[in-house]
Design a protein around this ligand. Structure first.
Ligand code: FAD
Ligand code: SF4
Ligand code: SF4
Length: 1002
């Protein structure tokens, strides 16, 4: 182990000799202290190398100073193998290149930090893929997958990682680069090491034959059996020995991967899916052994608990129900997803028909839903992939814990094994949710345990009883997720003491000074060593009086029924805020880069500090006093929150519902209370108030607009306020909606009228683009609605959004209360409240519920709609029957991220689709980057544009002939700044296509 003064030397030398970034502060180290397991260990330092030379230098310096090294990819491991008191080296930001693609041989060489989905995206045009399809495909790196010997849902056809790796170039502990591949081609250190391990394999041959599990899914230990294969699937198809396979599954303990050569597979042209609904779990398990005889490439289990959780999740509900025979009947006890793939569709349909017949023969007639449509299949697979994450959304301190979640047993024993283990859970007062790889006897199951209380003792007891079952059925204790800490001590149990000695000998030959990830695979700690837990009985949260209401998270759960106690009873000293933060289980789903919204700041920076997980970890460590004193209101949390654009992408897309936008409001309220508000904070927050004066004082609006025309003035204002001079500001107007006589209507007349609706004029549309409100009014009135726009003599009714995003909760609450009071009489009578600005309207359905506004907030929530959402609802029930004139241009839609978070972008597409020839298409984007005031702030202007350049602006530039429709004021500004194109609000588009021309100008 290193001496206490080694870290400053390490730091100085790394900074001097490499081009990488080094972090030694506690928050940065804390963000790398966890993976997706229950464990946490503070690294010594975190290093982000930029070049291969940086890695070599780091290995050399660390070796000299005896500082251990821990290689890291996505950090999504479940057993703690990616945690350690080491110099953590993160491959993922800079080592993600495809190095060489050989289409003839169907092989590829990649750097270790390349993410699987990214690789497969690049391979798709060649009709190829890398088929180890782990559920974390959007985050898992090839280096991490090889480190863990990962396995995908289709391993029955394609095998595990080890069956698909052809070669690894790895740096050894002395800094030598060794090439591991076919033994016949081995040279130098690789050959020496290969020969040594071969001699061990000979020496321990009879032990290997006796103790090595024969199942496909065995990932424990080192692959000593490559010289005498014991698995039901041989390592290589022609029987040759490949030394790279020694490194696969070595969890960073033998060498540091520089480059990996992979075998690719042809992408099957067609797939079909049979979803078998079972009324009885045992029977589902019994059936697996028969189903595999039909030659499927996957048989995946989803049990009732998980189906129910998915049915309660707005993202997954509709999709999971496509797999149910009858969505109105009670939820099946289990479903099995059986996939057949091939190049011809017809034989696959025959296969799924055979499956239906087989199930009838087995006593389950009419139990199979056949999904032939590829998109329906893809969607259902997404739900299955999200299985674990769905399960982890359980609130309270008891969580499903990973430690026996991938034991593998032969299929003929699967039903008996699952029954027996369920019984074990019951005896320990808990239960498990079952899912995943029924095809290969590896079912994921995580009993609910409370690691802060009696979880450790129960974990050990359950593991010991599970081990007895695994041995009885001749299975493997570690069948997918690796050994790490939770299974490290079971390596010796699995193989016996003699083979354990052989594994130690391998480690010593590769890494005599225990440099690489010590304490994993050999010389392992106890799985229940509480000093290694993320949440141990010593874990304590600081008391905090929260600004928002987090009581919904302040609950405990019953591990048997999963019922949660009533809001506020969870004994969180931070009134539920800490528990909300702790919902992040580090699965890394927020590190995705292609689909959805989450997390724009990570997509641009690739920095763990600027992803939802990094933020949640920083908050958790601060709230539990593991950083500096008063860290919660200090710089580390501030920096982690700095690039969060409050897009709410995580609110919807984080599988456990980590709502960082709300957390940022909570944080800001405390931070600003301590550090005070800046001039810019005040200017932004109070805009709804002073806007009214600017619009009223003659010539003041025009005067204010001078700033946009005189660059020196803009620069001066930038210096004074921090508002970027390179942005134009929204144009002040004196003709606001509140001054427009057309907008006025007497309230009492209105309530009695036909089809009444309230059109709430927000700050942005009301002051800067009143024509949007008039357009909406015209569209509504043209279709028979009576429109009321709430007015007051001075100013207007504001939701308080600008106060919220500046951390002024009291003022936001006062504003919200005032709006609520004016809207409530209408909402109580179920008169719809319609808004045009997505972030303002949707705050009525989101933040209003946690601002202590009373029961009225729920009434408002139920009755408020975005404009297009309302029109769609009315269209669907036949009350809105528009007769729009044809469009001259096709349309492209950019959805505001809050629309995406509330799944209300598609109504824009449907409503615009009612305009003949509009052919509206949605641009697949994350956040536009402007995000309210974020993009106007001088320090954020550049990154804001980078966010926009990821997808949005290129898509708009490509569509020069299309009309761009965007409901968000800030989105429209970003589009204008980035492309010089004027996007318009949907209301204006609809108004333009009304059959009779109505003018919106005063
Ligand atoms: C929700 C969820 C679902 C999952 N589903 C699956 C699944 O379907 N199948 C499956 O197999 N696993 C699954 N996992 C586990 C995990 O995602 C996979 O094992 C994944 O392949 C790990 O990739 P990573 O990049 O996150 O690796 P990391 O966790 O970063 O690293 C994994 C190991 O590899 C080592 N390593 C990383 N880079 C290098 C390198 N350059 N050189 C040497 N060693 C290196 C690390 O030291 C570590 O020991 C799941 C995890 C979660 C949270
Ligand atoms: S924030 Fe959500 S998506 Fe990201 S790691 Fe945490 S739980 Fe997973
Ligand atoms: S609100 Fe948006 S930017 Fe902030 S953490 Fe969530 S996804 Fe990332």
């Amino acid at each position: 182990m290193n001496k206490p003064n080694e870290i400053p030397i390490l730091t100085a030398r790394l900074l001097q000799q490499t081009s990488g970034q080094l972090f030694t502060d506690s928050a940065s180290r804390g963000r790398y202290a966890t993976d997706a397991s229950i464990y946490q260990t503070m690294p010594k330092a975190v290093f982000i190398p930029k070049t291969a030379d940086d890695v070599v230098a780091a290995i050399g310096i660390a070796a000299e100073l005896s500082v251990p090294i821990l290689a890291r990819g996505g950090g999504t491991s479940q057993c703690g193998q990616t945690t350690g008191a080491a110099l953590v080296i993160d491959n993922s930001p800079h080592f993600r290149k495809l190095l060489h693609l050989d289409l003839e041989e169907k092989t590829v060489e990649v750097e270790p930090g390349m993410v699987l989905d990214h690789l497969n995206q690049l391979l798709k045009p060649h009709q190829l893929w890398f088929p180890v399809d782990v559920s974390t495909s959007g985050q898992a790196t090839i280096g991490g997958m090889a480190g863990n010997n990962s396995c995908g849902s289709r391993s029955i056809q394609y095998g595990n990682m080890v069956h698909n790796v052809l070669g690894i170039d790895a740096w050894l502990a002395d800094g030598t680069l060794a090439q591991f591949g076919k033994i016949g081609h081995a040279q130098g250190r690789a050959l020496e090491l290969g020969n040594f391990v071969q001699s061990l394999a000979k020496k321990y041959q009879s032990e290997i034959i006796t103790h090595w599990p024969k199942v496909l899914r065995r990932v424990a230990g080192y692959n000593l059996d490559i010289f005498d294969n014991q698995s039901e699937k041989p390592y290589t198809t022609d029987g040759h020995v490949n030394l790279a396979h020694l490194l696969v599954g070595s969890e960073g303990t033998l060498g540091y991967f520089k480059k990996l050569k992979l075998q690719l597979s042809p992408l099957p042209s067609h797939k079909v899916l049979g979803v078998i609904n079972f009324a009885n779990f045992h029977q589902a398990m019994q059936s697996a052994q028969h189903i595999v005889k039909l030659g499927p490439c996957a048989v995946e289990l989803v049990d009732r608990t998980m189906i129910d959780l998915a049915r309660h999740n707005p993202v997954f509900k509709e999709v999971i129900e496509t797999g149910l025979i009858d969505k109105n009947a009670p939820t099946p006890e289990a479903i099995l997803l059986v996939e057949f793939a091939g190049d011809e569709l017809k034989p696959l349909i025959q296969k799924v028909n055979d499956l239906t017949v087989l199930m009838s023969d087995l006593g389950h007639p009419n139990s199979v839903v056949q999904l032939i449509d590829p998109s329906a299949q893809k969607n259902l697979w997404e739900v299955r992939k999200a299985g674990l994450n769905i399960m982890m959304s359980l609130k309270g301190d008891g969580k499903p814990v990973s430690f026996i979640e991938d034991c593998a047993v032969p299929l003929e024993h699967l039903a008996e094994y699952t029954d027996a283990l369920t019984e074990v859970f019951t005896q320990h007062g808990t239960r498990g949710t079952w899912y995943a790889h029924a095809s290969v006897g590896t079912l994921h199951v995580r009993p609910i345990l409370d690691m802060r209380r009696d979880g450790a003792a129960k974990m050990r007891a359950i593991a010991e009883e599970a081990a007895v079952l695994v041995k009885r059925f001749k299975g493997a204790f570690s069948g997918e997720h690796g050994d790490g800490i939770s299974r490290g001590e079971w390596v010796q149990w699995q193989f016996g003491p003699k083979l354990n000695e052989a594994l130690i000998a391998i480690k010593n030959a590769f890494d005599p000074n225990q440099l690489f990830n010590p304490g994993k695979i050999v010389h392992t700690p106890k799985m229940d060593d509480q000093s290694l837990f993320r949440f141990s009985p010593q874990y304590q949260v600081i008391p905090l009086k929260t600004s928002l209401d987090w009581s919904a998270w302040n609950v405990q759960n019953n591990p048997m029924t999963e019922e949660v106690s009533s809001a506020g009873t969870g004994q969180d000293p931070a009134q539920g805020f800490a528990k909300a933060v702790e919902m992040c289980n580090n699965n890394g789903h927020c590190r995705k880069f292609d689909t959805g919204t989450m997390c724009p700041s990570y997509r641009v920076t690739r920095d763990e500090q600027h992803v939802t997980r990094g933020r949640a970890n920083t908050l958790r460590l601060a709230l539990s006093n593991q950083l500096d004193t008063d860290a919660f209101i200090g710089g580390a949390v501030k920096e982690a929150m700095d690039l969060c654009v409050s897009c709410k992408g995580c609110k919807r897309e984080c599988p456990t519902g980590v709502d960082m936008a709300k957390m940022k409001i909570e944080f800001l309220s405390h931070y600003k209370a301590k550090h005070g508000f800046t001039l810019r904070d005040r200017l932004i927050a109070h805009l709804p108030q002073y806007a009214s004066w600017i619009s009223r004082i003659p010539f003041l609006a025009s005067l204010m607009n001078v700033r946009n025309r005189i660059p020196i003035l803009a620069k001066l204002i930038e210096k004074m306020t921090g508002i970027s001079a390179s942005r134009t500001l929204p144009k002040w107007r004196s003709d606001t909606i509140w001054k427009n006589p057309i907008a006025k209507s007497p309230q009492d007349l209105f309530i009695q009228s036909k089809k009444p609706v309230v059109l709430w004029a927000d700050t942005f549309n009301g002051y800067f683009e009143p024509e949007n409100i008039l357009a909406a009014k015209n569209v509504l009135e043209a279709n028979g609605y009576s429109v009321h726009i709430p007015m007051k003599s001075q100013g207007h009714y504001c939701c308080g959004r600008t106060f919220l995003s500046s951390g002024m909760i009291d003022k936001a609450t006062a504003s919200a209360q005032e709006l609520l009071e004016v809207l409530l009489p209408f909402a109580t009578q179920e008169i719809p409240i319609i808004g045009l600005e997505p972030s303002c309207l949707l705050s009525l359905r989101d933040e209003f519920l946690v601002m202590g506004l009373g029961d009225g907030a729920q009434i408002i929530e139920r009755n408020s709609f975005t404009f297009e959402e309302f029109l769609l609802k009315e269209y669907q029930c036949g009350d809105f029957k528009p007769n729009f004139t044809p469009a001259a241009q096709e349309m492209l839609i950019h959805g505001h991220c809050h629309q995406k978070a509330f799944d209300v972008v598609t109504p824009m597409q449907t409503i615009l689709g009612l305009i003949p020839n509009a052919n509206p298409q949605i641009i697949e984007t994350s956040c536009c980057g402007m995000a309210g005031n974020f993009g106007y702030e001088v320090e954020h202007q550049e990154i804001s544009m980078q966010m926009a350049e990821l997808q949005l602006l290129p898509a708009i530039r490509k569509a020069a002939d299309k009309l761009i429709v965007a409901d968000g004021t800030s989105c429209r500004h970003q589009i204008l700044d980035g492309t010089n194109r004027h996007a318009i609000h949907l209301a204006v588009v609809l108004e333009k296509h009304l059959p009779t021309k109505i003018t919106t100008s005063q």
